[in-house]
Ligand binder design. Structure first.
Ligand code: NAD
Length: 438
């Protein structure tokens, strides 16, 4: 896969000619303001201590506290952390929520850990990084292989640290839950957070379909990834009247020309362990009128809208020429490499960038933070209503800017986002800060 950090820098460079910002500021935006590396010591079940490299990349906080998830993965590395932290800054700016961008991670395969080891690792991460976190400093959240339970352990650890400090210092007056989002609802989490990214993506789908003149029932959608984002995207797209003709997970995919039922497909996937075991054309099958296809085939299906909702770099130079979709909605982070995006633009494929398409998740995290700070909790209906408003406004702003500047949606989203960040930096009296202490 191409280097995601180099891609992130190239994307910033593409917006540069359209920006009203000093050159040194744009240069500064290529680098995280702070990059923290630590080694976590965790006691394993056999009594031995194991060390895990851990990171936090704090890219920019001109518009508000740093914001970004924490991922657990054996391939976590510095370039990935930096790229993801830049993308978080642009994502928050493009939807206009008052956060900057950050990302954290631990080099670990969590599937090899017991529940106790996972808890100790998560608490160790919070202990080591707590001085950098805070409701008005840096607000982490779940990401790849981390979830609400892990956030619950982390918020508990953070509160312990704060209460130890407040015994000797003045009482800590920070809202105790607002330091981290993606928590369980019972611990200050927001209703609707689970569905938010897919829901936000489905709003983008509706708006895009209207612009492209796609008729709902006839518009075909293929979705790579059937986890949190992919499933909820399929659910809301189906509910809105679109036809989801293919879906896949890491073990293969299915093509269902008449349209699949997302709920039944999820139930079958959970029972069988993979989507590819679910549909068939013969008589012995769980769900009819479909067939198993490979994940690569899914990406090259002749559909109206392709929705990569699994991982980074799945559409690259190796397969971009075979992509036949009219439009791509990037629900994963960075699923289309920069080199592939150039080819797609030449082919006339409309590409909705990740920083806009999947911003529903961080927007719901913002709602969670607001609810924690105010102590007033919203209904799910209210969350969806406000999320819909924000996604619609962001899509309209990006679309209009693309028309005005005669650029593609990707470039327009970057111009809008980077300019908002640059404006905040200028209002704060920007000073070149060197290239951060990373
Ligand atoms: P998830 O773990 O719930 O689901 C991931 C899905 O992708 C699974 O179905 C998995 O089987 C599939 N997958 C993994 N590797 C694959 C491969 N090589 N080929 C095909 N399918 C594969 O994760 P998620 O929360 O749905 O996140 C998916 C993507 O969306 C990630 O890039 C994530 O960073 C991004 N994202 C997530 C959120 C969120 O709120 N969850 C918000 C913004 C962006």
């Amino acid at each position: 896969m191409e280097n995601p950090y180099q891609d992130a820098i190239k994307q910033l460079e593409e917006a540069r000619p359209y920006l009203d910002a000093p050159a040194d500021m744009v240069e500064q935006l290529k680098f995280p303001k702070r990059f923290i590396r630590k080694l976590l010591s965790v006691k394993m079940d056999d009594g031995k201590i194991r060390k895990f490299p851990a990171f936090r990349s704090q890219h920019n906080d001109a518009r508000g506290p740093f914001k970004g998830g924490i991922r657990y993965h054996p391939q976590v590395n510095e370039a990935e952390m930096k790229a993801l932290s830049l993308w978080m800054t642009w994502k928050c700016a493009v939807v206009g929520i008052p956060f900057g961008g950050a990302k954290g991670g631990v080099v670990v395969d969590p599937k090899t850990l017991s529940s106790g080891e996972l808890e100790r690792l998560s608490r160790a991460y919070m202990r080591v990084f707590a001085p950098y976190f805070g409701a008005w400093k840096d607000v982490p959240a779940p990401d790849l292989n981390t979830n609400a339970q892990i956030m619950a352990w982390m918020v508990d650890e953070y509160q312990k640290i704060q209460s130890q400090k407040s015994k000797v210092k003045s009482q800590n007056d920070e809202s105790p839950y607002a330091v981290i989002t993606g928590k369980p609802v019972a611990l200050g989490g927001s209703l609707g957070r689970e569905e938010a990214t897919g829901f936000g993506g489905s709003i983008i789908l509706k708006l895009l379909a209207a612009k492209l003149g796609l008729k709902k029932r006839h518009a075909t959608i293929a979705i790579q990834g059937f986890g949190n984002v992919g499933y909820w995207f399929a659910h809301f797209a189906d509910k809105a009247g679109f036809t989801v003709v293919a879906a896949g997970d890491s073990k293969g995919a299915v093509s269902v020309p008449k349209g699949l039922n997302p709920q039944l497909t999820l139930a079958c996937k959970e029972e069988k362990g993979k989507i590819a075991s679910c549909y068939c054309v013969g008589s012995v099958c769980d769900l009819r009128h479909g067939k198993a296809i490979s994940d690569d085939e899914l990406l090259t299906l002749d559909v109206d809208v392709l929705v990569p909702a699994a991982m980074e770099g799945v559409i690259g130079i190796h397969n971009v020429q075979s992509v036949r979709a009219k439009a791509i909605i990037e629900m994963a982070n960075g699923p289309v490499t920069e080199a592939a995006a150039v080819v797609l633009r030449k082919k006339g494929v409309v590409l909705v960038p990740d920083i806009l398409a999947n911003a529903g998740g961080v927007t719901a995290s913002y709602f969670e933070w607001v609810q924690n700070l105010s102590g007033y909790y919203w209904t799910k209906t209210l969350v969806f209503e406000r999320l819909g408003e924000i996604m619609e406004a962001a899509f309209a702003a990006v679309w209009e800017l693309a028309q005005e500047k005669k650029v593609d949606l990707h470039t327009a989203a970057y111009i809008l986002a980077v300019q908002r960040v640059a404006d905040a930096m200028m209002l704060r009296g920007h000073r070149a800060e060197g290239k951060g202490n990373f």
